[in-house]
Design a protein around this ligand. Structure first.
Ligand code: ATP
Length: 199
């Protein structure tokens, strides 16, 4: 099976994530895509991160009508920090016959060699990236792709037009009581309101 892995804080999940996930399922002909909310991301501070149980529930709502997309609590179940390499090792044990495609935005792709055990990561998965900002030049991405390939990685760049949305933007708009229509799925917006998140 061709299994995609898309990790993130998803704090909250937004339409930019959904568009990215849809683009990869189709471009890479994935049999399934695992959406994996992180526990405590190694590269982020913990401030403003809502409980994993809420982030998981919001992901399930955002992706409920995508049959090839599964929301996975594997990292949230681990007590410790979420390192991608540990997740990949765990998934390799669970699904030994799968080829893994690790999906990320261009910001993550360009800093991959700063990740913990990146050398093992590139052995365990094909590294897949799409542009994060529309003005991010293809040059940066292709340059990084070539660099990673000389280091032994297999990379796939997926061409798609990203939505200019971030979770930070959404948290900020909710805090300022500004509308978030069109930025997140209506069911996720209802969930946020019901649970008084990011107020
Ligand atoms: P925050 O604003 O809190 O930093 P975020 O919007 O970047 O959050 P994450 O959950 O950290 O969301 O992102 C997970 C992955 O999704 C990362 O690889 C990131 O590059 C990618 N991503 C986030 N937003 C978009 C978007 N609008 N378009 C394409 N990729 C995105």
């Amino acid at each position: 099976m061709r299994t995609g892995i898309f990790g993130g804080t998803f704090n909250p999940v937004h339409n930019g994530h959904v568009k990215l996930a849809e683009a990869y399922v189709s471009a890479l002909h994935l049999d399934r895509l695992l959406i994996i909310p992180t526990n405590i991301p190694p590269h982020k501070t913990n401030t403003g991160l809502v409980d994993g149980m809420h982030r998981l529930a919001m992901c399930k709502l955002a992706f409920f009508n995508h049959p090839q997309i599964e929301v996975c609590d594997l990292e949230l179940k681990r007590e410790c920090k979420s390192y991608t390499v540990d997740t990949l090792e765990q998934l390799t044990q669970l699904y030994p016959n799968d080829q893994f495609y690790l999906i990320m935005g261009s910001d993550m792709f360009c800093s991959l060699t700063d990740w913990y055990c990146w050398q093992r990561i590139i052995q365990l998965a094909v590294i897949c990236a799409g542009a994060r900002q529309s003005n991010m030049t293809d040059l940066n991405m292709h340059e990084q792709c070539r660099k990673l390939e000389t280091l032994g990685a297999n990379c796939e760049l997926v061409d798609f037009d990203p939505l200019p949305i971030s979770s930070t933007m959404i948290r900020e708009q909710i805090r300022k009581k500004e509308p978030i229509d069109g930025l997140i799925a209506p069911a996720v917006a209802d969930y946020i309101q019901k649970h008084h998140l990011y107020q």
